[in-house]
Design a protein around this ligand. Structure first.
Ligand code: SAM
Length: 396
């Protein structure tokens, strides 16, 4: 940097300090010291009792990631009118874990621009979940036009070709305590819907069977008191495929396991983790009945949607799983969720079409149908089919 600066007639003085930035005098004092902060911070999880997490407790909720603490700490250090620029994974833009740091940053700074790299990079992998990277620019002054510039590129190669859009700050930063940051550069087709699973009396939960704790109840062969035990491998798009001759695909249904088993009734079962190369963020199966036993085991790497105190109909389970697997919902999750995995909290917030529309989707679907068929049925039920045809024609 010094050589480059000299070549354009600028003298650069550099100071490299070998200390922990988060425990440094500046970071702890929280007084402005810099006109510009540019950072590519470290990225790893900290224990809640780590001295750095304690020193920046104002930005911690649950288990912090060190990069979020760098972002929050630096947001105090920008002089009025100065700038702040960070390259990070996308996960800080949503999720409860980052809510406290988001509030702090958005209180200290105004968002100016965001660039998202759509290719997911190993550099930011978290528990094997690849993350998209983003660059965020903010400044210590009131937002001038009330707009945030948004751009996306696949990687750094096509950076110069990235399309630029802008969105009002109030649409980028969600209301409420969470202050989620939405990076939608085009209107979300689900914006018109105000219902969620809760509206229809449906609940999203995580599979209650934690395999290592339930070890003594899991069985490899069917027995007198066993019922099907579903794992990720049994969940295919639009259908549950059981048995698969997999180890431990049965579980003893006894008084001691009853609390962790769910009613054998129509359900929607989702994988909580999807392969990195998967084309859609959600893999949801409609379970419409047919497995033996009064109850079922659902392993902890699954989420499921059910009706507490009642049951879903087969058409409802098919309708909900088709909707979840659809291209429209995939686009929604890509816009609002940073990681490749959609968690139960994000599912609970998913806008849903009117209940009779979900039922009509379900009536037209059958277990195991292809994604192309699912997209056609969902888009036509949501009235998007003609719209996309028109657009295609308009684009020649
Ligand atoms: C993603 S690298 C970026 C390096 C460099 N800024 C760049 O852009 O090439 C993050 C750097 O932060 C350093 N680091 C990790 N924890 C730190 C801490 N608590 N305080 C200061 N530096 C830290 C790491 O050693 C690593 O060099």
């Amino acid at each position: 940097m010094r050589r480059r600066a000299e070549s354009v007639g600028v003298s650069l003085s550099v100071s490299i300090r070998c200390e922990d930035f988060l425990l440094s005098h500046e970071a702890v004092q929280q007084q402005p010291v810099a006109d510009v902060i540019i950072a590519n911070p470290p990225y790893f999880k900290l224990r809640a009792h780590d001295p750095r997490a304690l020193a920046h407790a104002y930005a911690v909720h649950g288990q912090p990631n060190i990069y979020g603490l760098f972002m929050a700490a630096c947001s105090f250090l920008v002089e009025p009118g100065g700038s702040w620029c960070f390259i990070t994974p996308r996960s800080w833009t949503n999720g409860a874990y980052f809510a406290a740091m988001r509030r702090r940053i958005l209180c200290n700074l105004s968002l100016d621009a965001i660039h998202v790299f759509e290719s997911r990079v190993d550099h930011f992998s978290d528990d094997d979940i690849l993350q998209e990277a983003m660059i965020t620019w903010a400044s210590a002054r009131a937002s001038v036009h009330g707009e945030v510039l948004l751009s996306t590129s696949h990687g750094s190669q096509d950076l110069t070709e990235s399309a630029l859009t802008s969105m009002p700050v109030r649409e980028v930063i969600g209301g409420g305590q969470e202050q989620l940051i939405a990076l939608r550069s085009q209107t979300d087709q689900l914006d018109a819907f105000s219902a969620t699973f809760d509206t229809y009396g449906l609940k999203v939960s995580t599979g209650p069977v934690v395999a290592f704790r339930a070890k003594s109840s899991l069985r490899t062969a069917q027995g007198k008191n066993t019922v099907p035990m579903l794992w990720m491998q049994h969940i295919e798009r639009m259908r549950v495929q059981w048995p698969r001759n997999k180890k431990q695909e049965h579980i003893a249904a006894t008084a001691s396991t009853a609390w962790m088993l769910v009613q054998n009734a129509p359900l929607v079962v989702l994988r909580r983790f999807s392969p990195k190369e998967d084309q859609r963020r959600v893999t949801a199966a409609a379970y419409v009945g047919g497995l033996p036993g009064a109850v079922l085991g659902l392993e902890n790497h699954l989420n499921y949607i059910y009706r507490p105190g009642g049951s879903m109909t087969a058409a409802e389970a098919l309708g909900v799983s088709a909707y979840l697997n659809s291209r429209v919902v995939d686009a929604h999750f890509r816009a609002v969720a940073g990681s490749t995995q959609v968690n139960a909290a994000e599912l609970r917030k998913l806008p849903l079409p009117p209940h009779d529309v979900l039922l009509s989707i379900g009536a037209a679907c059958r277990p195991g149908m292809s994604l192309a068929e699912v997209d056609r049925i969902v888009e036509s039920a949501l009235g998007l089919g003609n719209h996309s045809k028109r657009r295609r024609r308009a684009n020649g």
